[in-house]
Design a binder for this molecule. Structure first.
Ligand code: A2P
Length: 317
């Protein structure tokens, strides 16, 4: 399978495949993760997204190792992203070495600061307690990230869940510019301002939860049930998920859909050989915006660096 139109070049000089398999499913059975990765490789995925927080690194590493041993794929043919958890902000190099051991890899393609947040070891998850928050020093964390590049532990570094303002602050001291900002993005949270800014400073945007995320206690954010998107899907003879993913690709971003279902993993990769119309884009651009993950759990009025959701996103919400 050719890679034309399926990858873009990052400012670090490496190429990122535009559809990646997300593996953020804490407590997912390792065998299910391995099967999902093997299926994804078979249908053409060459990009896998994990994080130390997700606990999927080991299973992903096992599946990739197995595929390499079988000769199905070579290391330089796939792209792996992992992320620095907020408890490890003081020592990105050691944290990445641990991730690499889990992944059974000598390097990753992309290492991201998972959240602009510093927590003490053993913090309560998913809602940190007041005593879990530590003062944030992103400048020193970024130096550690740069060190990861110098040591050859990653090809590129970047951030996740950063606003324009936080990226601007980072660029004011970074020796290596972030290659990627991975954020929530889908038709109901289009991130226009952030995308325009990232494009101007040559930072690629990747979308986590491009389908709006799995339904949780609060229900789904509705992107998969949106009547406008459903209608567009029907018109093209595609599924709602495919329209949502194709829309992301046509915005110039990469998308990281998660699925543990063989048919849906395959379906989510069939988004390259057709396109949306200008009218489809116009309809989608008018959808009411609603961020699914507002980050309320990392906001408090005492110890968090963010006293409000507006502060966390620098008003970009
Ligand atoms: P499943 O694993 O059963 O396929 P996101 O990537 O936005 O976080 O969304 C992940 C959720 O969307 C998972 O619950 C996943 O469930 C579901 N999902 C993934 N792909 C599709 C698809 N093509 N159609 C419907 N649901 C999907």
């Amino acid at each position: 399978m050719g890679s034309a139109g399926k990858v873009v070049e990052l400012n670090a000089g490496t190429k990122i495949p535009l559809v990646g398999l997300g593996t953020a499913a804490i407590n997912q059975n390792p065998e299910e993760i391995k099967t999902a990765v093997a299926t994804a490789l078979e249908v053409g995925y060459r990009h896998f997204d994990t994080a130390s927080l997700y606990r999927s690194e080991c299973a992903l590493g096992d599946a990739l190792k197995e595929a390499c041993l079988k000769g199905l794929v070579a290391r330089e043919e796939f792209f792996v992203t992992t992320k620095l958890w907020s408890e490890d902000l003081d020592d990105p190099v050691s944290a990445l070495r641990t991730s690499l051991k889990n992944l059974k890899l000598e390097y990753v393609d992309l290492y991201l600061i998972h959240w602009p947040l510093r927590l003490r070891k053993g913090s309560s998850f998913p809602i940190p307690k007041e005593e879990d928050f530590l003062p944030l020093d992103l400048e020193s964390a970024w130096k550690g990230m740069e060190q990861c590049v110098h040591l050859g532990l990653t090809k590129a570094i970047g951030v996740s869940n950063f606003s324009c303002k936080k990226i601007g602050d980072l660029l004011s001291h970074a020796k290596i510019s972030p290659a990627v900002n991975q954020v929530e993005m889908h038709p109901l949270w289009q991130q226009k301002k952030l995308r325009d800014y990232c494009s101007k400073v040559n930072i690629h945007v990747s979308a986590w939860s491009p389908l709006g995320g799995a339904p949780n206690a609060q229900g789904s954010n509705g992107v998969m049930d949106n009547p406008v998107i459903k209608e567009i899907a029907e018109k093209h003879g595609k599924t709602t998920a495919q329209v949502i993913l194709r829309w992301g690709l046509e915005q110039g971003i990469s998308v990281l859909p998660k699925s543990y279902n063989k048919g849906r993993i395959a379906q989510n990769f069939q988004v390259f050989d057709w396109s949306l119309t200008a009218e489809d884009h116009s309809k989608i651009s008018r959808l009411e915006q609603k961020k699914a993950n507002r980050g309320e759990e990392v906001v408090n009025s005492t110890t968090s660096p963010y006293k409000s959701v507006e502060e966390l996103w620098d008003g970009e919400i």
